[in-house]
Design a protein around this ligand. Structure first.
Ligand code: NAP
Length: 249
């Protein structure tokens, strides 16, 4: 019998969980535990880290996982690296459900930077009104450029106020539209957007809004992950599982 461990935390992971449940495939969904109220899932859920590569390999063996699907965010590179290595150690087939990186379109004014540090360094200079579309994990680093006014949008209200001297905080988990994000940027007189190259359709509203308003974007490039088998649609993971079953895995 197949038992899929699905590493989640993305819209695509939730879509895949629905698909696996609908096909009656035994699945355990794994959250890191970063958000206070994660989306409910139609399959059993576990929460929290595994304790590195060795911990995940033990989990795979102990719970008789037959397939590991890494549907974490393209910036969750540590988890993705661990997943590949643990799957190899435990002899479990592994696939990543991920998104292709965004590419600039006509009218885009992107400056590509490497990592959060690259974005912080690129913000040196006079005060601006910056939309930090990053999630709360990386916001503290921008205290190194305290001259700017930052517009922050978080999924949950933070326990501690963000350590940025000038900021406006909005709590909203989306989905967002280009029209809504244009209105937000205009209401807050934003003159620069900072975001990670997450890819996919779910989070591109801010990019379309920035394009329509002619605003510059600091685009943070993705961290590198080793070569692996990748799917770009949840239904392709089902095909991958089927092929494995045919091969007798
Ligand atoms: N990074 C982003 O920009 C971003 C954006 C949206 C959503 N997310 C989601 O948020 C979660 C954490 O992202 P991150 O960037 O902090 O990850 P990360 O830096 O790659 O991972 C750090 C550690 O968190 C644990 N972890 C991460 N994802 C997990 C999962 N799905 N289930 C169980 N443990 C997990 C693992 O702990 P152990 O080593 O102890 O196993 C991992 O080594 C992921 O599920 C990701 O899909 C991330």
């Amino acid at each position: 019998m197949q038992h899929v461990l699905l590493l989640g935390g993305t819209t695509e992971a939730s879509a895949l969980a629905r698909l696996l449940a609908a096909h009656g495939i035994v699945t355990t969904f794994s959250y890191a535990g970063r958000t206070e109220y994660p989306r409910a899932q139609p399959v059993p859920v576990r929460v929290g880290g595994f304790g590195g590569v060795a911990g995940l390999a033990d989990y795979l063996r102990h719970h008789r996982v037959t397939h590991l699907v890494d549907a974490t965010h393209p910036f969750a590179a540590t988890m993705s690296g661990h997943a590949m290595e643990a799957a190899r150690l435990a002899g479990v087939p592994h696939v990543a459900l991920t998104r292709r990186a965004w590419q600039p379109a006509a009218g885009d004014r992107w400056t590509r930077v490497a990592g959060i540090d690259g974005a912080v360094a690129a913000l040196a200079g006079p005060a601006r009104r910056v939309m930090l579309a990053l999630g709360r994990m990386h916001v503290a680093a921008f205290a190194a450029q305290p001259q700017h006014h930052y517009l922050l949008r978080f999924v949950d209200a933070p326990d501690q106020p963000p350590g940025l001297p000038h900021h406006t905080l909005i709590v909203d988990r989306g989905p967002f539209t280009a029209e809504g994000d244009s209105a937000l940027m205009q209401a807050h007189a934003i003159d620069l957007v900072v975001c990670k190259n997450a890819g996919g359709n779910g989070a591109d509203a801010k990019l379309i809004a920035a394009r329509n308003l002619g605003l510059p974007v600091l685009m943070i490039d993705r961290p590198a992950v080793p070569r692996r088998t990748e799917c770009y649609r949840p239904e392709d993971v089902l095909v991958w599982l089927d092929h494995d079953a045919e091969r007798g895995v």
